[in-house]
Design a protein. Structure first.
Length: 311
């Protein structure tokens, strides 16, 4: 299973985070309780200990959000369930949000003239997305829909193009940025060490959450190596698992992981462990609140893919 944020139902962040990025504490508790009745939980690192068994489940989290400690960890302890959290090491302990969340927050908080300014910046950098720009101007009624379309488009651009675009947006929205950074979004090393001493293991997720398919192999290697080195130093444990940021990778990235002595890696393609191509392309079920906030929806989300694989 793959999660990102776990938040209380009344959390302000739910208003601007992309819907696919969170479950509520109520939903997460429901998931763990339901899965506990049907599967045996294991750490991702221990998958091979259950070779041939079809009733195992591994819980994973991407990025390293502070709410994983504040809200998810108590629920995992309650049910005595292990999990693996993939860490983008350069963010740990910082107040810096990834650019999709910053952009989403700005649009969520924007007044009419601020929306027009974002519109101009988008047009200056990406004039080919005229349809999206119209949505930005009209997004007061449906801001999340606009955010989804804009973020999806911008993700297709290079690291340098995205950085240049967000530099302009951040500069204009500086007062909103200061308010956003008050949330302190990331885990701290103290929290990571506490969880590492318990039932939570950690994997690498690059140093700067770089989309590995958009940078050179040398840059990719540096990002992967640095995250593995820092995480191992901080936890005092070997780091053998990896999650590709945004699920983007190619064979050259897999080769780097093998050279750096990783044992497995997870992707964002939906499916089971048994249907995965290799231990470096482990499929997962990406669960978020709007598709799994009750038992029937959770069971449906899992069973459709499970049935398709059997057929």
């Amino acid at each position: 299973m793959c999660y990102h944020h776990v938040l209380r139902e009344d959390d302000e962040r739910i208003k601007f985070l992309q819907p696919g990025m969170y479950v509520t504490t109520k939903t997460f508790d429901l998931h763990i309780r339901y899965l506990s009745n049907h599967y045996q939980f294991t750490r991702l690192e221990s998958l091979m200990d259950f070779h041939g068994c079809n009733k195992i489940c591994a819980i994973t989290f991407d990025d390293g959000w502070a709410d994983n400690y504040e809200f998810a960890y108590p629920i995992l302890k309650k049910y005595r369930v292990p999990a693996t959290i993939f860490i983008a090491t350069n963010y740990i302990g910082s107040c810096k949000w990834p650019w999709p969340d910053r952009l989403s927050y700005y649009i969520h908080k924007s007044s009419g003239h601020e929306m027009a300014a974002i519109n101009r910046i988008v047009n200056d950098h990406f004039p080919e997305i005229t349809k999206n720009i119209i949505l930005v101007e009209k997004c007061n009624k449906n801001k999340l829909t606009s955010v989804e379309k804009i973020v999806s488009f911008v993700k297709s651009k290079s690291y340098d193009e995205i950085s240049s675009f967000m530099e302009k947006v951040d500069s204009y929205m500086q007062h909103h940025l200061k308010n956003l950074e008050m949330y302190h979004p990331w885990l701290t090393w103290k929290q990571i060490k506490e969880m590492s001493a318990d039932e939570i293991s950690f994997g690498a997720h690059t140093h700067n959450h770089v989309i590995l398919s958009s940078v050179s192999l040398n840059e990719a290697k540096d990002e992967i190596y640095l995250s593995k080195k820092i995480l191992s130093q901080q936890t005092g444990k070997p780091i053998t698992s990896f999650s590709y940021p945004n699920g983007f990778y190619h064979q050259g990235i897999v080769d780097i992981l093998q050279m750096l002595e990783f044992k497995k890696a997870v992707i964002t393609e939906v499916g089971t462990i048994n249907s995965s191509k290799s231990m470096f392309e482990l499929k997962r079920f990406l669960l978020h609140n709007d598709i799994s906030d009750c038992i029937p929806m959770l069971a449906y989300s899992l069973s459709v893919k499970l049935l398709a694989e059997k057929l």
